[in-house]
Design a protein. Structure first.
Lengths: 215, 10
């Protein structure tokens, strides 16, 4: 495991902690897309099917359990917690995320390493993760004022993906010397979707002004 | 050593 990969996983963990902190301490999920969080639950459940069958390392098992557990916990808070669910931006979170699931599944039926349940769902989870942030980005464009923790959460998600790209560049030259098309192309597209957000986030940080995405 | 396992990442 190289440093980029470790930093990437730690950044991913951090952004989930930031989100849980926001929800638990402020009892608010304003500006957070429930649809994106639900897509992440599907991403983790379909990707970690081999959690108990294929042993990689204790690190993998712990991280997978944390990602599945926290993503389900966040959806639970936003859907069922009596106080938090009142703060959900229901009217702005209108992206039809079901329109993302079917195309990713169909693509996985055609593009996969093996035509088995685990492999098709693994590919599906990679394609879905690539587009899962879209409802959240659309919601940010609609939000008049984005609170700092929400902006930080999305920024850290983007940073985790950039670190994974750097991890793949490192592994290509130093380790595997071959291209893993499915995760790398999906991951590249996923990271590219943050470019616009990164620009406005860094601009708002430099100018010390509120984060605002153009509609 | 370089792991050939394509699922060695999260």
């Amino acid at each position: 495991m190289n440093l980029f990969r470790l930093l990437g996983d730690m950044t991913h963990l951090l952004c989930i902690v930031v989100l849980l902190l926001k929800i638990r301490t402020r009892k608010s999920c304003a500006g957070i897309s429930l649809k994106t969080q639900e897509l992440y639950v599907i991403v983790f459940l379909t990707r970690y099917l081999d959690l108990f069958t294929m042993y990689n390392s204790l690190y993998q098992i712990v991280m997978k359990l944390v990602f599945v557990g926290t993503s389900i916990g966040i959806v639970w808070y936003m859907r069922y917690h009596k106080v938090v669910k009142q703060t959900y931006s229901k009217n702005e979170d209108t992206f039809r995320h079901y329109f993302l699931i079917l195309p990713c599944f169909v693509l996985a039926l055609f593009v996969h390493l093996d035509f088995t349940v685990v492999e098709v769902l693994w590919s599906f989870s990679l394609y879905l993760e690539a587009v899962a942030i879209l409802p959240q980005l659309v919601l940010l464009q609609r939000s008049r004022n984005i609170d700092t923790l929400t902006g930080d959460y999305v920024f850290l998600l983007g940073v985790y993906r950039v670190l994974y790209l750097l991890n793949w560049v490192y592994r290509f030259f130093m380790e595997i010397h071959q291209i893993r098309w499915i995760p790398w192309v999906s991951g590249f597209i996923q990271t590219a979707l943050y470019a616009d957000f990164f620009y406005y986030y860094i601009k708002s940080w430099k100018n010390r002004e509120k984060l605002k995405l153009p509609a | 050593g370089p792991s050939s396992n394509p699922k060695d990442e999260l």
